[in-house]
Design a protein around this ligand. Structure first.
Ligand SMILES: CCCCCCCCCCCCCCCC(=O)SCCNC(=O)CCNC(=O)[C@H](O)C(C)(C)COP(=O)(O)OP(=O)(O)OC[C@H]1O[C@@H](n2cnc3c(N)ncnc32)[C@H](O)[C@@H]1OP(=O)(O)O
Length: 128
């Protein structure tokens, strides 16, 4: 990782990529990576909304580099916008390569989360 290439946002989730999450070549499934991004977005948005949230939309994403078995997946979230009931987050995923301190950005996306009330209806996000 160089000074010019640093994760943007708050480190919200770290987890280890295990053999059960990979294909036969040792590449971690993109769906597993997306699930970690969803969880991180959910944690960050629920903290901001102080309550239940759901994922309303995920904007375009590309898998720029592979995640391999043994990498530590680091998910960074940044609250880009708070609407009436929605919270838009910029999410970056970096892989800390197995047994090294080398960090590489593997993917990024925009997640839109919506705050829900007890009845499951969109509800205003409280003031910060
Ligand atoms: C307390 C401390 C906690 C601490 C820590 C807790 C940890 C706890 C972690 C939990 C982690 C769970 C994280 C996994 C969360 C899932 O995976 S949830 C499962 C997948 N998602 C779903 O099932 C959602 C299904 N969809 C729906 O229920 C409804 O479509 C929605 C999302 C509620 C929206 O309903 P709607 O009637 O369309 O509502 P509407 O009023 O038109 O729109 C509401 C807002 O959403 C926006 N929106 C709706 N659709 C879109 C779209 N396609 N694109 C962009 N924006 C959209 C609107 O613009 C609007 O925004 P605002 O202008 O109000 O800001």
């Amino acid at each position: 990782m160089t000074d010019t290439a640093k994760p943007r946002g708050e480190l919200t989730l770290r987890t280890l990529a295990m053999p059960g999450d990979a294909n036969a070549a040792g590449d971690i499934f993109g769906g597993w990576v997306m699930a970690q991004m969803d969880l991180a977005s959910g944690i960050r948005a629920a903290e901001r909304a102080r309550g239940r949230v759901v994922t309303a939309a995920v904007k375009e994403m590309a898998f720029d580099m592979p995640v391999k078995i043994g990498d530590t997946l680091c998910v960074y979230t940044d609250i880009a916008k708070v609407g009436r009931t929605s919270i838009t987050l910029s999410v970056e995923v970096w892989a800390q390569r197995y047994l090294t301190h080398t960090m590489e950005k593997v993917t990024a996306a925009t997640f839109v989360m919506v705050a829900l009330d007890a009845a499951g209806k969109p509800t205003p996000v409280p003031a910060a």
